[in-house]
Design a protein around this ligand. Structure first.
Ligand SMILES: [Zn+2]
Length: 267
């Protein structure tokens, strides 16, 4: 449903009709998004179904674990339910994946004494009231946040992450250079590198653009793990899917890749 349509009608119809049309709009909204439930292998899957003018049936699992389906009103409900049922193993896998990610996201208040990780090592934080410029210093045994607005956790997080990102860039670039040298003979052109803070993945690759993107969060992990993610993304330039050829390739270049991957999953 296009939300703008009733709005446009309101402008033309003038003030006395606003209440009425708003009400109609609300009723339609409630009517088209419905919650449904199926049980697959003893597990309940709740999904919302939104009826709208779409060509395909769209199925999405969001990072918060909710499942959304949208389909044209002409598609019978039975058909949609069957599709959700067929896709149930994939849906459950996604929900699980997001749950694990959420649990592993470090939730701290950015207070003195909180532990943060950098290249696999834990450091206690020290929050210091900045007299001049906000900045972050990494010492031998602590990470210091000099900040003016020291009572606001979100400001501290922002400062910390912008610092992490800057620290990550040369480390990731170095990893790319070393790992790329190991695979250059397979005809993989050296991709460009982007660093971005992402919620659900360590890295991604765009074959078309010849680019890999790494998550800022990776800088919290040991170098060995960063190298593994870089190799994983480079391997996608040869093999699109995670199939046996993909994994064989990883093993031939980095025999202990599974161990490194496990470290990433635990953290
Ligand atoms: Zn992959």
């Amino acid at each position: 449903m296009k939300e703008s349509e009733p709005g446009k009608a309101l402008v033309k119809l003038g003030f006395p009709y606003i209440a009425k049309y708003n009400l109609t709009f609300l009723v339609i909204q409630v009517a088209v998004i419905m919650e449904h439930k199926i049980t697959y292998a003893g597990q309940e899957i709740v999904f919302t179904l939104q009826r709208k003018k779409v060509k395909n049936i769209n199925l999405k699992v969001r990072p918060d674990g909710t499942v959304n389906v949208s389909a044209h009103s002409r598609v019978p409900y039975d058909y949609i339910e069957k599709l959700v049922w067929n896709k149930a193993p994939w849906i459950l896998k996604q929900i699980n994946h997001f749950k694990q990610k959420q649990a592993s996201v470090q939730r701290i208040k950015y207070e003195t004494g909180d532990i943060v990780y950098f290249l696999g090592r834990p450091y206690p934080l020290r929050i210091i009231n900045a007299k001049k410029k906000d900045m972050v210093c990494l010492n031998k045994d602590e990470i210091q946040l000099y900040i003016n607005n020291w009572e606001d956790p979100s400001m501290k997080e922002q400062l910390f992450y912008s610092w992490l990102k800057e620290e990550a860039k040369p480390v990731f670039a170095d990893s790319l250079e070393r790992i790329h040298a190991l695979v250059i003979d397979f005809g993989i052109a050296r991709p460009s590198l982007t660093v971005r803070t992402m919620k659900t993945r360590w890295g991604s690759c765009s074959r078309n653009k010849g680019k890999i993107t790494l998550n800022t969060e990776l800088i919290k992990m040991p170098k060995k793990c960063i190298d593994y993610v870089v190799l994983h993304e480079l391997a996608h330039f040869l093999y699109r899917k995670h199939d046996s050829r993909f994994y064989n390739f990883l093993s031939s270049v980095m025999p202990d890749w599974q161990e490194r991957k496990k470290t990433l999953e635990v953290k």
